[in-house]
Unconditional design. Structure first.
Length: 107
């Protein structure tokens, strides 16, 4: 298990794939750059104690974690899944500041 150039969390190969799938969901679903997706993940999980694959996080699909990294909760809940048609009512979580160390990829 090790950190990578992109993620600031110690991950085994399986969890590295899982985190990359979360980043893929952020890019695909919300149209943000890969750099921003990775920065959002790093801001949330830097230093977290992540077990080898399958960590407990794997009980939810990568899209679940992507929604939580992109939107702020409303009434204790988040939008989730393809059944969400109108995301305009949801407040977008601010991206980490551009000068933050969590931006490990060039934008």
């Amino acid at each position: 298990m090790k950190t990578t150039e992109e993620f600031l969390t110690v991950l085994d190969e399986g969890m590295l794939r899982f985190f990359r799938e979360i980043a893929d969901e952020l890019v695909t679903r919300f149209g943000i750059s890969r750099a921003e997706a990775v920065a959002r993940i790093n801001a949330a999980y830097e230093g977290a104690d992540i077990d080898p694959y399958p960590d407990i996080m794997c009980h939810e699909e990568p899209e679940y974690w992507a929604y939580g990294l992109y939107f702020l909760p409303k009434d204790g809940r988040l939008p989730h899944g393809d059944s969400v048609e109108d995301l305009s009512e949801w407040e977008i979580r601010p991206a980490p500041p551009q000068d933050s160390h969590v931006w490990t990829l060039a934008d």
